[in-house]
Design a protein around this ligand. Structure first.
Ligand SMILES: [Zn+2]
Length: 335
C-alpha cells in the first residue's frame, strides 16, 4: 500500500503557497497537492475538486464511538438501494456480453444486491465486517469474509465487478483499481456507485460547515463511523481516476439518495441523535423529497469496460470515452 496518501498531515490553520508545497497528501485523481479543507481531517484538490479525509477505518473494532444498528441500517437503506439496484442490474445486463457471466460484489453487506442479481449472474460477494459476512453467508449467499482482493483466490476471474457505496471507504484506490483490472476477464465491466460531491445534500452540508454548523458535513463523511468516507468525487474526477487505470467509461447517471420509505430508520440507526432530534430531522428530510427531484441527486453511477491490450495507453486519461444516454429512467449526470 502506498503511504504517500495516508501520511497524517499537520492541520493547517493558515494556508499559504509554502504550506501547500509541504502538504503530504496528493490528489487521487490528478496528483496535484491537496489543500486544507473545512476540518482538520478534510482536504480538497483545487485543480479537479476531488475531496479527501484523513480518517482511519476501524471495521471490527468494538471500541468505536458510533455503533450503527445493523438491522435498522439495513431496513433504512433497503428501499432506496433496491430501487437503484433494479436500474443498475438492468443496465449491466445490457452491457455484459459474457455467456454465463460471473459477478463479484465488493462489500456485499447483507446480500441485497447478490439476491437481486442471482437470476442473471453467478454472483460472489466480499464483506470485511466479520459478523455481517457470517450472517450473509449463513443465509446461503457465496460470501468471502475479508478485503478485496486478498479475500479472493489467485485464479478467481469475473465478468463484472461491482462497488455499491464502497469505493469511497477504501484507502488505497490505485491498488484496488489495478486489482480490478487483473481480476476482470477481457471486456469485463466495472460498476461504481457512490456519493457525488456535486449532489444537493453534500453541497448543503459544505455550506453549513463554512458557517460553523458541522453536524451534517460530519455525517456526510461518516466521521467516527467504523468505516468513514475517505473520498468524495464528482462525475468528472471519478472518470479521470478510473480511466487512468485503463478503463473506458460506458455509462454515467445520477441515482436518488432519499425516498420516504425507511427514512426514519436511516436517520435513527446510529443512535447518535435523541428521539426528538431524529424526528425533527426526519420531518425536514421528508418535506424536502418533492424538491429533490429538481436538484442534482447525491449518488452517481458510472460503468466502465476494461480497455483491451491493443490500445492500452498506459495510464493516460482517455478523453474520447463515450457516454450513453438515459434508457432506464436514470437521470444522466453531468461529468
Ligand atoms: Zn485533483
Amino acid at each position: 500500500m502506498s503511504r504517500v496518501f495516508y501520511a497524517k498531515p499537520e492541520p493547517l490553520t493558515d494556508v499559504t503557497e509554502e504550506s501547500i508545497l509541504q502538504h503530504p497528501i496528493e490528489c487521487q485523481c490528478c496528483r496535484q497537492p491537496l489543500r486544507s479543507g473545512l476540518a482538520d481531517w478534510h482536504f480538497y484538490c483545487p485543480a479537479c475538486s476531488y475531496e479527501a479525509a484523513s480518517l482511519t477505518p476501524s471495521i471490527n473494532d468494538e471500541s468505536n464511538p458510533v455503533k450503527p444498528d445493523e438491522v435498522e441500517r439495513e431496513t433504512g437503506l433497503r428501499v432506496v438501494r433496491q430501487r437503484n439496484f433494479v436500474k443498475i442490474i438492468e443496465r449491466v445486463r445490457q452491457l455484459c456480453d459474457a455467456a454465463s457471466p460471473r459477478l463479484l460484489e465488493v462489500g456485499c453487506a447483507h446480500g441485497l444486491f447478490l439476491e437481486m442479481v442471482a437470476r442473471d449472474f453467478d454472483a460472489v460477494g466480499i464483506e470485511p465486517h466479520r459478523e455481517v459476512a457470517r450472517e450473509t453467508a449463513a443465509r446461503g449467499f457465496a460470501v468471502r469474509e475479508g478485503y478485496f482482493p486478498s479475500a479472493l483466490q489467485a485464479d478467481d476471474r469475473f465478468d463484472v465487478i461491482v462497488f455499491n457505496d464502497v469505493l469511497e471507504h477504501i484507502p488505497d484506490l490505485p491498488d484496488v483499481l489495478r486489482a480490478c483490472r487483473d481480476c476482470l476477464n477481457d471486456n469485463g465491466i466495472l460498476v461504481i456507485n457512490l456519493p457525488d460531491s456535486s449532489g444537493i445534500f453534500y453541497r448543503l452540508s459544505r455550506l453549513l460547515a463554512r458557517i460553523g454548523i458541522r453536524g451534517m458535513f460530519e455525517r456526510m463523511w461518516q466521521l467516527n463511523y467504523p468505516s468513514p468516507h475517505l473520498h468524495y468525487f464528482n462525475g468528472r474526477n471519478l472518470q479521470q481516476l478510473i480511466s487512468a487505470h485503463s478503463f473506458d467509461q460506458l455509462y454515467c447517471a445520477r441515482l436518488d439518495s432519499l425516498v420516504a420509505d425507511g427514512l426514519f430508520d436511516r436517520i435513527a440507526h446510529t443512535k447518535e441523535y435523541s428521539l426528538p432530534v431524529a424526528y425533527l430531522m426526519y420531518a425536514a428530510a421528508r418535506l424536502s423529497i418533492p424538491l429533490l427531484g429538481m436538484l442534482p441527486a447525491d449518488i452517481q453511477l458510472q460503468i466502465f469496460r476494461k480497455r483491451g491490450q491493443a490500445h492500452t495507453p498506459g495510464g493516460v486519461h482517455d478523453r474520447s470515452s463515450g457516454r450513453a444516454g438515459d434508457q432506464t429512467g436514470i437521470t444522466p449526470g453531468p461529468t
